[in-house]
Design a protein. Structure first.
Length: 582
């Protein structure tokens, strides 16, 4: 093996790792968050969690990526720690599929066309061509992602082929054979497997490289088994790194991951040692093939899962023992940045949190309006608490959505992110106006002022109209119901008319002395805030027309709906009659 073979080996390793990363990222993106959403909802039963974890890992071909997502889910409070145990076990099983596909390269297909077609080096060039055509010709992002995954697989297989050609001369090198004798020590094999996998952070990739070495005919089962165990421990490095700076509960996910593999390795090493001491099996000294490596990889993970699945509760307790609670520690963050690994799922989580903001904004405004005619200290404190929470949510969600918008997401998801960013501003501003109304009501109460009966009746009518527009807007926003959203603009116009009419009536009362001048200023400020709340409702409803089947953009919607003399005018007249001032 000369220097040029070493260059080829390095190049093959680079192609292999790049292809693995490209394929995994594209497959995960193709899932669009659907698998993660299923994961969140279907993890109550340990066995079902295991099967689900295996299925998702097979789909995205990365147990490390799934474990990192689990850290983010627990850190954000989306999943409980106990729900992740079975999923982690399943992820270890699902990642073994790659080794089975790579083992097909070791099939002796001389003279057999069917077997030759099964070899990845035979069909991967075709997949590469199909993938490139899908990337170049398809206009749908999902199909382009599938094409990228196919190209990634072809690059992976090309790297595998290059590494195989580079290490083939090692079989005839006595120095290499002497080096391999060191791996007859199982503990050394575990350490080497863990260290190498920890560096490249992919057990599937390191197992593939072991399969390349196995193809030289110099690796025995006795060497391969401990190395595979170590590779499963080494892949935990990714989860350990991702757990830096997260809540203690989220760090326990990484502890469960590494505990599962360490305990499994300890049990298997013990059984392996006892088996050799008692039975001296000849199979341990037999040369392992790429297919044999795949069998060992799957066998270890399946055996460990079967042994430890009944002890999921104990694994959770062990993690809590290693990382104990601290009473003073705060809870998880709103949305963990690790959720950005799955943009589709992240968008859904942002929608759920913005829906929480919408409920808070509605409660805040309704409470503040109630204070105008029935002021109390408790109501004022509640409005301020809602405003503080709205500010916190707006800051955290705004920062997260900005990061999300910079990721590679589909046009539909990009539209949703843009709409959510605009909605954040409208909802936060509603909280500001609610606080203004509450403070105005408190000033009126402190100064001992009281509106006339006529003014109180007018404010009651206006409050009812504002309450209805809030209800319609928030329901339409939560359900993304564009039909319901069309009812907002006519009612908003009625509220504008009402505020103008109430101002005119109040001015007349001021001239006749029916109302104090101080109340005139206070009422004007209250009406301005009422009107601004309805404007933000209009913005939220118009934002629904940025996406969906009736997508036309908010500005086009506002221009068009008022020219629709039938729908808009009918709704406007109905609301005008409903909220007519006496």
């Amino acid at each position: 093996m000369d220097i040029f073979s070493l260059f080829t080996l390095c190049g093959g390793l680079a192609f292999f790792l790049f292809g693995m990363r490209t394929m995994s990222a594209s497959l995960e993106k193709t899932a669009g968050g659907r698998l993660e959403l299923t994961l969140k909802r279907m993890t109550a039963n340990p066995l079902r969690s295991l099967l689900l974890g295996a299925g998702i890992t097979i789909a995205i071909q990365s147990s490390s990526a799934l474990t990192v997502m689990l850290v983010g889910f627990v850190n954000s409070g989306i999943m409980a720690l106990g729900q992740t145990v079975g999923v982690i076990m399943g992820a270890n099983i699902g990642t073994t599929l790659t080794a089975w596909v790579l083992s097909l390269t070791g099939i002796d297909a001389q003279g057999n066309l069917a077997l030759r077609l099964l070899q990845p080096e035979s069909f991967s060039p075709v997949l590469a061509l199909v993938g490139v055509l899908m990337i170049m010709l398809s206009k749908r992002p999902g199909r382009r992602d599938v094409g990228t995954a196919l190209v990634g697989f072809a690059i992976l297989m090309y790297g595998m082929q290059l590494m195989g050609e580079a290490v083939r001369p090692l079989a005839d090198m006595p120095s290499f054979s002497r080096l391999l004798t060191a791996f007859e020590n199982p503990l050394l094999g575990v350490l080497v497997g863990a260290a190498f996998t920890g560096v490249i952070q992919s057990s599937a990739a390191s197992v593939g490289i072991l399969q390349v070495l196995a193809a030289t005919g110099t690796i025995t089962y006795g060497m391969a088994i401990p190395i595979v165990m170590g590779q499963n421990i080494g892949t935990c490095v990714t989860a350990l790194l991702s757990s830096i700076g997260v809540s203690r509960n989220a760090r326990r996910v990484a502890v469960i991951h590494i505990s599962f593999n360490v305990i499994g390795t300890a049990v298997c090493l013990l059984l392996l040692g006892l088996g050799e001491a008692l039975f001296h099996p000849a199979a341990v000294q037999e040369t392992v093939t790429p297919l044999g490596v795949a069998v060992v990889h799957s066998g270890f993970n399946i055996f460990t899962a079967v042994v430890l699945l009944p002890f999921t509760r104990q694994l959770e307790q062990l993690a809590c023992l290693i990382i104990p609670d601290r009473p003073s520690e705060e809870g998880g963050v709103l949305l963990d940045d690790r959720l950005l690994l799955s943009p589709g799922f992240a968008v859904r989580q942002c929608r759920e949190n913005v829906a929480v903001m919408a409920d808070l904004a509605r409660e805040s405004v309704l409470t503040a309006m109630d204070m105008v005619l029935s002021c109390s200290r408790e109501k004022g404190e509640r409005v301020r608490a809602c405003e503080d929470e709205l500010d916190r949510l707006e800051d955290q969600l705004g920062a997260f959505l900005t990061k999300l918008s910079a990721r590679e997401i589909s046009p539909e998801e990009s539209g949703q992110v843009s709409r959510l960013l605009h909605a954040l501003n409208d909802l936060e501003r509603m909280g500001d106006h609610a606080l203004n109304i509450a403070e105005g009501a408190e000033q009126i109460a402190v100064r001992g002022l009281r509106f006339s009966d006529a003014a109180r009746q007018e404010l009651t009518t206006l409050s009812a109209a504002l309450s209805e527009i809030l209800s319609i807007t928030m329901d339409a926003f939560a359900r993304e119901d564009v039909v319901l959203a069309r009812k907002v603009e006519p009612l908003e116009e009625v509220i504008d008319d009402l505020t103008g009419e109430i101002r005119d009536r109040h001015l007349r009362r001021l001239r006749t002395g029916e109302c104090a001048i101080d109340l005139g200023v206070a009422l004007s400020e209250l009406l301005s805030n009422f009107e601004r709340v309805s404007d933000h409702c209009s913005n939220l409803a118009a934002g629904l027309f940025q996406t969906g089947p009736e997508a036309s953009g908010p500005h086009s919607y506002l221009q068009n709906i008022k020219t629709d003399s039938t729908e808009f005018q009918v709704a406007y007249e109905a609301y005008r009659r409903k909220y007519r001032l006496s």
